[in-house]
Design a protein around this ligand. Structure first.
Ligand code: GLP
Length: 241
C-alpha cells in the first residue's frame, strides 16, 4: 500500500486526476471504476479541467460505478446516476453507452446485481478503481461485516451511513435503506486501486484501514491484501497514522 499525504484536498485531488490521466494516456481503453460522495467532487472537477485543457480523453474508456440506491430511478436527483451525470459525465467525452451504474429501479434488484457483476466480468474487470472511504470503513456500500470475498449484491445500509448521506436528501427517512454495490471481491479484482480520504472525521478509520488488522469490521482494511493500492490523504485524514 502506497500512502501519499498531501497538504490540501486540492493537491490530493490533483494527484488523483494525474494518476487517471497517466493511466488513460498509457491505456485509453481502461475500464474505470468510479465512486460518488463528497470526496470525489474535487477529483471530478480536476478531471474535467484536464479534459478541457486537452490533457486527457475518456473517449475510449468505459466506466462502472461502485453502487446505486435501490428504488431510485436514474433521473432521481439523489440517485448516483444523477450525481455522475452532473459531476462528470455531462462534461467529458466518455460515451454515454460506455458509462454504467446499477439500475436502482430495476424490477428485480437481485437479478440486477448479478447482471452488473457479469457485465464487469465481461468487460475484463476494472483496470483502475477509484474509492472513497465511509466513516465506518465501508468501500462502495460494503458495510462492516460484509464478506471480504463478496460480489455485487444488495446491502442494507447502516443507520450511520444513512445519517452521513442524509445531507443529500430532504429528510433522513427519504434515504433508501438498501443499495446495490460492487462486492469487496469485485473491487479486489481491480488491477489498481486509488482510495481517497479527506478530513479529520476520517482520521480514525484511515488508521484502522492502514495499520489495523484485516477485518470485516473495517471492510477497507482488505486493501492491505491488494497488490497495487495508492491511498491519497490530506493531512487531517492522515493525523492518526
Ligand atoms: C457513500 C458512498 C461511498 C463513499 C462514501 C464516502 O456512502 N457509497 O462510495 O466512498 O459515501 O463519502 P464522502 O466522500 O461523502 O465522505
Amino acid at each position: 500500500m502506497k500512502v501519499l499525504i498531501h497538504e490540501t484536498q486540492g493537491t490530493a485531488a490533483d494527484c488523483v486526476a494525474g494518476l487517471f490521466a497517466e493511466r488513460l494516456a498509457q491505456q485509453p481503453e481502461t475500464v474505470l471504476g468510479l465512486a460518488t460522495g463528497g470526496t470525489m467532487e474535487t477529483v471530478y472537477e480536476r478531471l474535467i479541467a484536464r479534459f478541457q485543457a486537452g490533457e486527457m480523453s475518456l473517449a475510449k474508456a468505459r466506466s462502472f460505478n461502485l453502487d446505486e440506491y435501490v428504488g431510485l430511478p436514474p433521473d432521481h436527483p439523489c440517485s448516483y446516476w444523477h450525481y455522475m451525470r452532473e459531476k462528470l459525465f455531462n462534461h467529458v467525452d466518455l460515451r454515454p453507452d460506455h458509462a454504467f451504474l446499477p439500475k436502482g429501479d430495476a424490477p428485480d434488484a437481485e437479478a440486477e446485481a448479478a447482471r452488473y457483476e457479469a457485465a464487469i466480468v465481461d468487460a475484463g474487470d476494472i483496470g483502475l478503481q477509484l474509492l472513497g472511504l465511509g466513516a465506518n470503513g465501508h468501500i462502495g456500500f460494503n458495510e462492516p461485516t460484509s464478506s471480504l470475498t463478496s460480489l455485487t449484491r444488495i446491502k442494507t445500509l447502516t443507520r450511520s451511513t444513512r445519517e452521513a448521506n442524509a445531507r443529500y436528501f430532504e429528510t433522513f427517512d427519504d434515504v433508501p435503506r438498501l443499495a446495490i454495490t460492487m462486492g469487496i471481491g469485485t473491487i479486489m479484482r481491480a488491477q489498481e486501486v486509488v482510495l481517497l480520504a479527506f478530513g479529520a472525521g476520517k482520521a480514525e478509520v484511515v488508521a484502522q484501514m492502514i495499520e489495523g488488522p484485516v477485518s470485516a469490521a473495517c471492510p477497507a482494511s482488505i486493501l492491505q491484501m491488494h497488490r497495487k493500492v495508492t491511498v491519497v490523504l490530506d493531512q487531517a485524514a492522515a493525523s492518526r497514522l
